[in-house]
Design a protein around this ligand. Sequence first.
Ligand code: ADP
Length: 198
Amino acid sequence: MNLILFGPPAAGKGTQAKRLVERRSLTQLSTGDMLRAARSSGSPLGKKVAAIIDSGKLVSDSIVVELIEERVSSCMGCAGFVFDGFPRTLAQAKSLDGLMARYGQNVDVVIRLEVDEEALIARISQRFEAEGRADDNPDAFLTRLNAYKAQTAPLIPYYREQSKLVGIDGMADMDAVSAQISAVLDQHEHRKMVDSAG
Ligand code: ADP
């Protein structure tokens, strides 16, 4: 089972991805986490992306696609992946489709966390006060939100056309969101089982 957690910045993708890792033994692939790790390691890649991340803009497709490919290729026995914060552009989504096909896999379902813009802004200003992440400052956050609208939201029709998109109420509390996601995945697994029983 491979799924994408989709939604605007601060929608709660990271929190839900971590729960899926614990509860369903899936492997979380968060490009945001990978890029932050590269950055704090001081590697050449980290140096290259630091300023872009802090500004709230997207790093290049080739960088994140390479990071994802590295992980997918080294994880052959994995039960499945939770993509979190990836793909974020149409080019990344197409690369992911190609990559999955090369490994005999596919994206099963895309779970879209739906959250109002005002709620996102409120969550992020709280997080900025608590954690001080540079790209949570109000200017960078607006840049992230605009990048989402311009570059990432076009993935909604892309996955809808593939009949993979499922919307979830991301305004509910964290446990209720987890329960909704769990129900979607159970239903999906059930359908897969019925299909393969033919
Ligand atoms: P958010 O909390 O906004 O979902 P992430 O932790 O996923 O943020 O990402 C933080 C930053 O890392 C992004 O603003 C962007 O600069 C970079 N980034 C993460 N994933 C991608 C991606 N798939 N494509 C391009 N840039 C990315």
